[in-house]
Write a protein of this length. Structure first.
Lengths: 196, 718
């Protein structure tokens, strides 16, 4: 009987000690907010374009953290989806065509002769990349533009173009080497076979 | 001094003899010089000339932008005819901004002068002088030299290594430079040593350049500096900065660090010569030695070439055979890149142009599968695992490639050279590197956009908060102003009441009395109507109504009498002036009498308000933990106010009861009648046929009348 009581007391004491430690740890090392949201937000391209149906990248990151599909970001494209899939340990899925398709990076360009200075695009720009004032000509700061498209819609005179960013020496990439020749005859795929 | 060794390396055929057979000559002056504004690592220079300007030889045509950048000078005199996008020496074959000068053949120099004694100058001024002469590393990378000369500021530089190895096959431009201008090189070394103050200076040179070694030795004899000329065995890539450092000092520069971190600075012989020329004569970097070689040339040779000279001019000078030419390579056969356009100009880093025939450099055989032989690992001078890097790059596992130190790869091509499967390994590494760099750039851009977005959100929120705050402030101000106005009015009213003797007041009283009399009459007629109606319909409570009518008629008479009296008093101004007090008093009295019943309800409302205010005050005091005395006082005041209210209410009920009316019942009746009217109205509106509507509407008036009547009755008590 004594040994049973001893065991109970020992276990109780242990439970108490660990409970205190856990309680202290939960207060001391409390994590504010959901850390996964920050990680998802870091992967998203930050164009703030709203094509996913959320008002910005962070809201979409929050939505993903609470279970929304990861394939709603056309600016990020498949690369972003793959990274998200890896982070969240889920299957990678193709981009949801409903939200748009992957496109080359673009920047907004204001045809300055036609600009009437209404400031509507300035209010629409999520990253303050448009410079101007009421009744003054506006212009886009190219280095800040994320190419989100949001300024095109509010323009009353349709003077904003989205211009694809061309390849320059600064952003040129070495191309991937051609895939090695298929040496075994049966490995070769002829164009007629591919289309068949 | 011992020569050490580095890992790996290869011994490709040297092919250097072809281009060293003839003496160094000046290249012909082309009609047009095409000068790219980016000829170095870092930011592109900013053009400071415009189209149409006449420029002199050595004139600055583009200024450096930012810390890591160099100035660009006109290589010859002439006129700027265009500033536009032109093909430039770059692996991409893309175009970039270039300044095009039409030469006038006069070679007129701009006024320039060297430094009489550079040692008199402060180090920073000397470095700025060198920077202003547009000098960038001539070895191949084109790193702005002034930045490297500043390394002594924040690093302890023990050893200065002058790179004269020139290990890549075919290239002999440094060799020719050393043969012809060894004095200039040694002079340049003295300037660099003056700035960096190293304890030890070593020139590293491969043993396949005996003439250059002899020339350097001769030049060093006249120098007061202790310079070690270290001859190293020929092995590719001993001219790589890190490889040469290891060869000469046995120090391995750690991954991710620069040689200066281990106390070493490397400079190319070409750079040393350029520094010497700039400092002694004041001539900026506008020319260099370029090796023209390859089997497609009749006379392979080295040419002293102005920067901006198109390749085609040099090739023609060397007698190119266009039929035999299959490929044009810029740089050496190992690390160079093929170029497509012969109009690409020579820039500060162009050391060699190879015009090859198809026999000399046959197209690479098709790549086969990796057999994991490991020969690439044996050859790698950076001690990497080329095979693993190949798999990761091919599978686009860039993170893993990076973990395997992809960025320590110097892209020397030794691994691809030894690969038995002919896999273009360097291409894979270049691809992976540029993908990773691009990803990083995207990440930076995304972070930047996030920061801007968040800043904007914060700003919008702040603005909204400020607006709300302002609105609140305005509301408070408006309330205060209203309160002040009310107070003012009250004060005015009190004043008016005090000075009741004034004529205006008397007149106002008369007016009020007139209104009161009219109201009483209306009420009486309404009540009479109701009584009649009730009699007709035989409704209950006729006796009550009768009582009301009697009461009202009395009141109406009283009101009329008061009015008449007041009227009479005012129509006799003499009497009013003689006895104003009694007159007003009597008016006030009669007024009070006839309006007693109207006054009471007003009091009731006020009392109710007072009680609720008291209650709130008490609650607040309780919540705020005010001192007990205060609370007690509030409690007493509340109970007093409540008592007053109850008394007033009771009085009202009593009064109603005195007239034979149950106030409660009256209230209910009035509400019911009102509801009936609303209901009937709604029914009439919703009626489908006209007939139905008419019937319903005809029923409406009596109902309305009842409701009005009851409401009127109720109004008397409330």
């Amino acid at each position: 009987m004594d040994s049973v009581l001893t065991a109970i007391f020992v276990l109780l004491a242990l439970a108490l000690v660990f409970g205190l430690i856990l309680g202290y740890a939960s207060v001391r090392f409390k994590v504010e907010g959901n850390p996964i949201v920050d990680q998802i937000d870091a992967i998203l391209p930050q164009t703030q374009c709203g094509q996913c149906g959320h008002p910005g990248c962070r809201p979409y990151a929050q939505a993903i953290a609470s279970g929304e599909a990861i394939n709603k970001c056309p600016p990020g494209g498949q690369a972003t989806i793959d990274q998200l899939a890896e982070l969240l340990n889920v299957e990678s899925i193709p981009l949801d065509a409903e939200h748009g398709s992957e496109d080359v990076r673009k920047v907004a360009y204001i045809r300055e002769d036609e600009c009437i200075g209404c400031t509507k695009c300035i209010q629409a720009c999520p990253v303050d990349a448009i410079l101007g004032a009421a009744k003054q000509m506006h212009t886009v700061i190219v280095s800040e533009c994320t190419g989100c498209d949001l300024c095109v819609e509010p323009c009353p005179v349709d003077c904003i173009d989205m211009i694809p960013v061309g390849t320059t020496i600064g952003n040129w990439k070495w191309p991937a080497p051609p895939s090695p020749m298929q040496i075994i005859a049966t490995d070769r795929s002829t164009p007629s076979e591919e289309t068949a | 001094m011992a020569v050490y060794s580095f890992h790996g390396g290869i011994h490709p055929p040297e092919n250097k003899l072809q281009s060293t057979q003839t003496p160094l000559v000046d290249a012909p002056l082309p009609k047009h010089l095409v000068i790219p504004v980016l000829q170095h690592i870092g930011m592109a220079a900013d053009p400071v000339v415009s189209v149409g300007d006449t420029v002199l030889k050595g004139q600055v045509i583009a200024e450096p932008v930012g810390r890591i950048s160099t100035a660009i000078h006109a290589p010859s005199s002439g006129r700027v005819i265009d500033i536009s996008q032109q093909p430039v020496p770059h692996a991409s074959g893309l175009e970039a901004e270039c300044i095009i000068i039409e030469t006038d053949g006069e070679e007129r120099w701009i006024e320039h002068a060297g430094l009489a004694d550079y040692k008199q100058l402060a180090p920073n001024s000397l470095i700025d002088f060198i920077r202003s002469k547009g000098i960038a590393g001539m070895g191949g990378a084109g790193f702005p030299t002034d930045v490297k000369l500043h390394l002594g500021d924040d690093h302890i530089v023990n050893t200065l290594i002058i790179n004269a190895a020139e290990c890549e096959p075919y290239i002999t431009s440094d060799d020719m430079l050393m043969r012809t201008s060894a004095e200039a090189i040694v002079g340049g070394i003295e300037i660099i040593a003056h700035l960096l103050k190293p304890h030890h200076i070593i020139i590293g040179i491969e043993d396949n350049k005996p003439e250059a070694i002899a020339a350097l030795k001769a030049a060093m004899e006249s120098s007061r500096l202790e310079i070690d000329l270290q001859v190293v065995p020929t092995k590719y890539p001993s001219g790589g900065e890190r490889q040469l450092i290891q060869l000469l000092t046995n120090i391995e520069v750690p991954s991710g660090q620069i040689p200066a971190d281990v106390g070493i600075v490397c400079q190319n012989v070409g750079t040393a010569a350029a520094i010497h020329r700039a400092v002694t004569t004041g001539e900026p970097l506008i020319s260099r030695i370029v090796t023209l070689t390859g089997a497609a040339l009749q006379q392979p040779q080295n040419l002293h070439t102005l920067l901006g000279t198109p390749f085609s001019t040099l090739l023609e000078f060397a007698g190119v055979d266009h039929d035999k030419l299959s490929k044009l390579v810029m740089g050496g056969p190992m690390m160079g890149v093929p170029v497509t356009s012969p109009h690409i100009p020579v820039i500060k880093t162009t050391n060699c142009i190879i015009a090859t025939t198809s026999e000399e450099m046959p197209p690479p055989p098709p790549a086969q599968a990796c057999i994991r032989c490991g020969m690439c690992e044996q050859a790698c001078p950076a001690q990497l695992l080329p095979q693993q890097l190949y798999w990761f790059s091919k599978g686009k596992e860039f993170d893993k490639a990076r973990q395997h130190n992809l960025f320590d790869c110097i892209e020397c091509g030794a691994c691809a050279y030894v690969c038995p499967s002919n896999i273009p390994l360097v291409q894979y590494y270049r691809f992976a590197k540029s993908e990773i760099r691009n990803e990083e750039m995207e990440q930076r851009r995304a972070d930047h956009a996030r920061a801007r977005f968040e800043a904007r959100q914060a700003r919008l929120e702040r603005e909204a908060a400020e607006k709300a705050e302002k609105r609140k402030q305005r509301a408070i101000e408006a309330a205060a102003a209203q309160a002040a106005r009310k107070k003012e009015q009250e004060r005015a009213a009190a004043k008016a009441a005090e000075s009741g003797t004034q004529t205006a007041d008397a007149e106002a009283n008369i007016k009020a009395l007139k209104v009161a009399a009219a109201v009483a009459r209306t009420k009486l007629s309404k009540a009479e109507k109701a009584l009649k109606n009730a009699r007709d319909k035989g409704l209950e409570g006729i006796d009550k109504l009768e009582a009301t009518v009697t009461d009202l008629s009395t009141k109406a008479d009283q009101a009329q009498a008061a009015y008449d009296k007041a009227q009479a008093a005012s129509s006799q101004p003499t009497s009013r002036t003689s006895e104003p007090a009694s007159n007003t008093n009597s008016v006030a009295n009669s007024d009070a009498e006839c309006e007693a019943k109207q006054d009471k309800p007003v009091d009731l409302k006020g009392l109710k308000q007072q009680v609720s205010i008291m209650r709130t005050k008490l609650k607040k005091a309780n919540a705020a933990n005010a001192n007990p005395a205060e609370i007690e006082e509030l409690e007493t005041r509340l109970s007093a106010a409540q008592a007053e209210l109850t008394a007033a209410e009771q009085q009202q009920i009593d009064r109603a009861a005195a007239e034979g009316i149950d106030l409660k019942q009256l209230k209910i009746d009035a509400a019911l009648a009102k509801a009936a009217v609303t209901k009937a109205e709604r029914a009439a509106k919703a009626a489908e046929t006209d007939e139905e509507r008419l019937t319903l509407e005809s029923e409406l008036p009596p109902k309305r009348e009842t409701a009005e009547k009851l409401a009127a009755q109720l109004a008397r008590f409330e």
